[in-house]
Design a protein around this ligand. Structure first.
Ligand SMILES: [Zn+2]
Length: 70
């Protein structure tokens, strides 16, 4: 558990849309922030030194939805 982890699953809104699990359509997610490897950033053609992705793990089925900061 990191500093940024929410204590309980939350509803997530992305650009005005409620995030719904792609698999089970559940709407509660655990928020995680993940440090990407430099190799991953290169793959996405990014030039960040410490790229961080925002991850939402479905509370129901565990499917991982992740977002790159814009
Ligand atoms: Zn799910």
């Amino acid at each position: 558990m990191g500093l940024f982890d929410a204590p309980e699953p939350v509803n997530v809104e992305v650009k005005g849309n409620i995030l719904q699990c792609l698999v089970c359509r559940h709407q509660k997610f655990w928020r995680r922030e993940a440090q990407l490897h430099t190799a991953t950033a290169t793959f996405f053609q990014m030039e960040w030194t410490n790229p961080t992705a925002l991850c939402y793990v479905c509370d129901n089925c565990g499917y991982l939805h992740w977002f790159l900061p814009q």
